[in-house]
Design a protein around this ligand. Structure first.
Ligand code: ADP
Length: 162
């Protein structure tokens, strides 16, 4: 079975992430979306909330599992017997960071490669942080995130005073 891991912060999941999942679930037998705690980013949603939002937003895809994990990605991939890591590429700005991470993971777990999928043109400039900022400032994010995520953001941000 060709199993791939799609790791990320997903704080929160956007239509850009869902698009990558719609594409890669056609290529692999199964995708595990792995929500990780990124030490360099202050999260708005808890790991559990992020997992739940992804599960709710991917009900139309049947070969997906969603979970969170802590620790080294290479060990986790080995444990799951995955054959690939999925990452999305938007602009050239993503490339440097992603190339560094893919190289490190290739050294740590040589039998597994990182597969990059280009973002859809309509999602090239879409990021979780951009969505949070737009929502905080009262922007309409309906075209950028699934409805459940929009509702979750409204709930989270309603008590934040600017
Ligand atoms: P990170 O894991 O670096 O904290 P994210 O959780 O935002 O980043 O994203 C997880 C993966 O999805 C990364 O490979 C990122 O480049 C990719 N990604 C983020 N936004 C989009 C988008 N709009 N379209 C396609 N891929 C995306």
């Amino acid at each position: 079975m060709r199993l791939a891991i799609y790791p990320g912060s997903f704080d929160p999941v956007t239509n850009g992430h869902i698009d990558i999942l719609e594409k890669t679930t056609r290529i692999f037998d199964k995708i595990i979306v792995s929500v990780v705690h990124n030490v360099t980013k202050q999260a708005l949603f808890t790991l559990e909330e992020r997992v739940e939002l992804i599960k709710e937003s991917t009900k139309h895809l049947d070969n997906i599992e969603v979970e969170s994990f802590n620790g080294l990605l290479a060990n986790y991939i080995d444990e799951k017997k995955a054959c690939a890591i999925i990452r999305g590429l938007r602009t050239v700005a993503d490339f440097e960071y992603e190339a560094g991470m893919a190289t490190m993971n290739k050294i740590l777990i040589p039998k597994v490669d990182t597969i990059f999928v280009m973002a859809d043109t309509k999602y090239i400039y879409l990021s979780s942080s951009g969505v949070k900022e737009a929502a905080l400032l009262g922007g309409d994010i309906s075209l950028l995130v699934p409805p459940i995520v929009k509702a979750g953001l409204e709930e989270k941000l309603k008590d934040i005073k600017l």
